[in-house]
Design a protein around this ligand. Structure first.
Ligand code: CA
Length: 526
């Protein structure tokens, strides 16, 4: 058994494809980036997930009229770090935003919105920002502070605090469309419409309460995973439906920001169901199953509003005659667990967390209804947007432009393996720092801190749910050796420091971790 890896040569891809300047295009395309938070590909019907959790006709329209990427990966699977990577085209260790606990985005860095702005684009961002410092590179910004809240959210408009009444997804959509209506029609635009939904605690629009008619959802095969076959990190996490979900998550507690009228609508749905739940005194697997179904009602309810938002934006582009010269990109900041392995949340290099949805419509360039299985990533987004606009890409960005893929080409030197690195520990979910390399079929993972040190190898062809590490199995000796060489090569090429920055894990410094954990050494299996 053997796998071969070509050198990524991403720098070559970037340079060869981004040699134009904005003036090369008489009519540069507008860019609409619709971005959600924690949106699992399993919750988009265009991805055809076996559980068929819900229908998303508007998201599916982007796929039907454009391209669905089936293996879009993220470099560090949590909110802030993904956003910093998208803006800079760089991994966390170079853009400095490692975690959601104590990282702060250095807004003086080069970002793709700044470069588009310099090239004559008008730029705006609405909704979830989550990078602590104020946005830079935008003519207009109107963002949620921190994580934001679902009902009647306070927001920050160009530095000024403002209050809104209504549901957060609708408000972000309204603000985005209002800005488009008032734009300078003589210039191309970049609109970043960034939703809070479907982030925890998954609170649907009141109109969507009961959207599923109390459906019982198909369970993932791994809902009751016992984590045998994997190591301490997987066994000792804190992100299960069984132990980690709290009353606010499952709506046994009520959010404090509802108006009295909204509260009445909320109670009309949840109270009778909660009363019935309390009377049943569920425990064990029955309790997990109840939580799973409540979680699906709520999570998918928030996705329904996101799908409606996408529909409104697409309709606006149609009505205004903008659709033909606008590239529409839909993505999330990472994937998410919808009960697989008994989990919610993200963070892992494992598939549901690592993979994020990516749908792109680019009329006249991308063939409608096409799909791509190429290993693409959020590290590629900045270079893609710059390439779309004909703007030169800085040499130190670390991804590659997706434009050739969007044109239906498959560059011979496209990456065969992707590097991943997660840091945040121990709060909030006790997922230990790890890094690894991912190919079409295999995944080599190193858990290295703070009190573990082991490698794992997964063969997704024989083990699609990644349940049994085959690290150390003689049958995989060649693969293992080649992947070790690949991860070493990528760490060098991507300039990953041999020891982590002491601030990488977040939280209080010195709490639960030692600074400068060595990350390069190899060790034993399990
Ligand atoms: Ca997120």
């Amino acid at each position: 058994m053997s796998v071969r890896f070509c050198r990524i040569a991403l720098a070559t891809v970037a340079v060869s494809l981004a040699v134009f300047t904005a003036t090369a295009f008489a009519n540069p395309p507008n860019i609409v980036f619709i971005f959600s938070d924690d949106h699992a590909y399993q919750a988009i019907s265009a991805y055809g997930e076996a559980r068929k959790l819900l229908e998303t006709p508007n998201l599916d329209r982007i796929a039907t009229q454009g391209m669905r990427f089936d293996r879009c990966l993220v470099g560090n699977s949590i909110c802030g770090p993904s956003r910093a990577t998208i803006l800079t085209g760089k991994y966390s260790h170079l853009n400095g935003f490692y975690n959601n606990s104590n990282s702060r985005f250095d807004g003086s860095q080069t970002t793709f919105p700044k470069l588009l702005q310099s090239a004559g684009y008008q730029t705006a961002i609405f909704g979830k920002w989550h990078l602590i410092s104020d946005p830079t590179g935008f003519d207009y910004w109107h963002i949620l502070p921190g994580q934001g809240i679902y009902y009647n959210p306070p927001m920050i408009k160009n530095g000024e605090q403002v209050k809104h009444e209504g549901y957060v997804t609708d408000i972000i959509t309204d603000l985005s469309l209002d800005w488009l209506k008032s734009r300078d029609e003589s210039k191309p635009f970049l609109l970043m419409c960034q939703h809070k939904a479907p982030h925890r605690e998954w609170a649907p629009a009141l109109r969507h309460l009961g959207h599923d008619n109390d459906r019982e959802y198909p369970e993932p095969e791994t809902l009751f995973d016992d984590y045998a076959g994997r190591g301490l990190a997987e066994r000792e996490q804190d992100m299960t439906l069984e132990k980690t979900m709290n009353d606010l998550d499952v709506k046994l507690a009520t959010p404090g920001s509802l108006t009295p009228q909204q509260r009445a609508e909320w109670d009309a749905y949840y109270k009778p169901r909660n009363d019935k739940f309390r009377a049943a005194k569920l425990s064990g697997k029955d309790l997990v199953r109840w939580r799973y179904n409540r979680y699906m009602h709520d999570y998918l309810g928030t996705v329904k509003a996101v799908d409606e938002s996408v529909g409104r934006v697409l309709k606006f582009l149609d009505d205004e005659g903008l659709a033909d010269n606008t590239i529409v990109v839909y993505a999330s900041d990472q994937g998410f667990y919808l009960g697989e392995h008994g989990w919610f949340d993200k963070r892992w290099i494992f598939e549901e967390s690592l993979r994020t949805p990516l749908l792109v419509r680019w009329p006249g360039v991308t063939r409608p209804g096409s799909t791509s299985a190429a290993l693409v990533s959020n590290v590629d987004f900045a270079q893609t947007f710059l390439d779309v606009a004909g703007v030169r890409t800085p040499a130190d960005m670390q991804g590659g432009s997706l434009v050739p893929l969007l044109k239906g080409e498959r560059p011979a030197d496209w990456r065969k393996a992707f590097y991943y690195h997660y840091y945040e520990y121990p709060v909030p979910h006790r997922v230990r720092p790890h890094y690894g390399v991912v190919t079409d079929r295999y995944k080599l993972v190193h858990f290295y801190a703070p009190d573990v040190e082991y490698w794992e190898l997964f063969d997704r062809q024989s083990d699609p749910h990644e349940l049994i590490s085959v690290y150390g199995d003689a049958k995989y000796a060649d693969v293992q050796q080649e992947l070790h060489a690949e991860v070493d090569r990528q760490r060098t090429e991507l300039k990953v420091p041999a020891e982590d920055d002491p601030v990488a894990y977040g939280g209080r410094r010195g709490a639960g971790q030692k600074a400068g954990q060595k990350t390069g050494q190899k060790g034993n299996a399990l």
